[in-house]
Design a protein around this ligand. Structure first.
Ligand code: TTP
Ligand code: MG
Length: 345
C-alpha cells in the first residue's frame, strides 16, 4: 500500500482553555474544570485542568476532592458543556474543510486523511494553516501530529503537546517509537503494561525484540496487535459515517463569475441531481453543506442541519440556496466553483 498521510488534531486543555478565553483574567492561574469541590468534600471528578494546574498533579478523572487538596487556590469552574459543544462544532467545521475524509473522535479531537498533499513538506504547510485558522477564529491553541497512520499521528500529537506540531516521517518511525514507554502505545492499558513490565519489557523498543509468537502466547489476539503497533503498523482507515453516507455534487464554472442567475441555475441542477441520487438510494437528508470556492481558490463551506431528516427535494433546495446566497452577499469576489453535499441517514 502506498504511504498515507494522516493528521490528528487535538485541542489543548480544551474545556479549561475555553474558560480562559471567555475570562482572560483566569490566565496565569491554575484552572480546574469539573464538579464542585465543596471545599474538599465534593464527590465528583476533574474534567480537565490547564497546564499550570497540571503542575500540581491535577489531571482529568482525578477526584475533585484530591484536586482541591493539591491546590486549593486554583480556580475551580463547573462544566459548561453547551459552550464547549458549540465551540467544538465550529472547530470541527474548520477541520472538515481541510479534507473530505475526516473522523471526529471526541469534542476536541479529529483525524483527517491528507494523503492527497502527497508530501510531508506540504502536510506541514497544511497543518500550520489549520492550527492558524483555529487560533485566529476561535482564539484557541491546538496540537497536531502527523504520520503514515492513525497510531503514529496520535502518538506524535501526544509528544508535541501543548501547542505543538510533530511530523514523524516513515524513516523516523523506529527512532521515535523505540524509547517510548510501553503504555504510550494506544491500546496498551495499565494492566497489559504491568504484565509487560513484570517481564522486564519497559519500552516499545523492548517489545520489538520479542517474536510475534511470544506476544501471541502471552496476550492472545492482543499480542498480535501489540506486535504490529510497536512497529508503527496500523492500517485502520480514517472513517466516519458521513464520509461514506454523503452525496456531493460540484461544478467549476468555465470562467469565474458573479452572474447570480447563472450561479443559481447551475446550483439548482446540482441540488436536484444530488436529491435524485439520494432518493434512488433510499436515504434521508440530515445536513446540507454548501461549498463555494472563489477565483483565488479560497474555499468556504456553510452547513445547516435539518430538524428532521427529509427527502423533500424542494425543502433541501431551499435550504441549500439560502446558504449559497450568504456566500454571494458576504464577499464581492468572483466564484470559481459551487457545490452541495447532502449528509444522509
Ligand atoms: P483531552 O483532549 O483528553 O484533554 P484536554 O484537551 O483537556 O488536554 P490536552 O491538552 O492534554 O489535550 O480531552 C478533551 C476534553 O474532554 C477535556 O478538555 C475535558 C473532557 N474530558 C473529560 O471531561 N474527562 C476526561 O476524563 C477526559 C480525559 C477529558
Ligand atoms: Mg485535548
Amino acid at each position: 500500500m502506498k504511504d498515507r498521510i494522516i493528521l490528528l488534531i487535538d485541542m489543548d486543555y480544551f474545556f479549561a482553555q475555553i474558560e480562559e478565553r471567555e475570562n482572560p483574567r483566569f490566565k496565569g492561574n491554575p484552572v480546574v474544570v469539573g464538579s464542585d469541590p465543596k471545599e474538599g468534600k465534593g464527590r465528583g471528578v476533574v474534567s480537565t485542568a490547564n497546564y499550570m494546574a497540571r503542575e500540581y498533579g491535577i489531571h482529568s478523572a482525578l477526584p475533585i476532592s484530591i484536586a482541591w487538596r493539591k491546590c486549593p487556590t486554583a480556580i475551580f469552574l463547573p462544566v459548561n458543556m453547551e459552550l464547549y459543544e458549540k465551540t467544538s462544532i465550529r472547530i470541527m467545521n474548520i477541520i472538515k474543510k481541510y479534507s473530505p475524509v475526516w473522523e471526529i473522535v471526541s469534542l476536541d479531537e479529529a483525524y483527517i486523511d491528507i494523503s492527497f498533499v502527497k508530501s510531508f513538506r506540504k502536510a506541514k504547510v497544511l497543518a500550520e494553516k489549520l492550527k492558524g485558522e483555529i487560533l485566529k477564529k476561535e482564539k484557541l491553541t491546538s496540537t497536531i501530529g502527523i504520520g503514515t497512520n492513525k497510531v503514529i499521528a496520535k502518538m506524535a500529537a501526544s509528544k508535541a503537546k501543548p501547542n505543538g506540531l510533530l511530523i514523524i516521517v516513515p524513516t523516523e518511525v523506529r527512532k521515535f517509537l523505540n524509547p517510548l514507554n510501553v503504555e504510550k502505545l494506544p491500546g496498551i492499558g495499565p494492566k497489559t503494561a504491568q504484565k509487560l513490565l513484570i517481564k522486564g519489557i519497559k519500552t516499545i523498543g523492548d517489545i520489538r525484540k520479542l517474536r510475534k509468537g511470544e506476544l501471541k502466547d502471552a496476550f492472545g489476539k492482543v499480542g498480535e496487535y501489540i506486535y504490529e503497533r510497536a512497529r508503527g503498523i496500523d492500517d485502520s482507515p480514517v472513517f466516519n459515517d458521513e464520509t461514506i453516507k454523503s452525496i456531493g455534487k460540484e461544478y467549476t464554472f468555465e470562467e469565474d463569475t458573479r452572474d447570480s442567475s447563472l450561479i443559481f441555475r447551475i446550483f439548482s441542477e446540482l441540488c436536484s441531481n444530488a436529491c435524485q441520487e439520494m432518493k434512488k438510494e433510499g436515504y434521508l437528508a440530515k445536513t446540507i453543506t454548501v461549498v463555494c470556492r472563489y477565483a483565488d481558490f479560497e474555499t468556504h463551506t456553510k452547513a445547516k442541519s435539518l430538524k428532521e431528516a427529509s427527502s423533500n427535494a424542494e425543502l433541501l433546495e431551499k435550504v441549500a440556496k439560502k446558504l449559497l446566497l450568504k456566500f454571494l452577499i458576504e464577499k464581492p469576489k468572483l466564484i470559481r466553483l459551487v457545490g452541495v453535499r447532502i449528509s444522509v441517514i
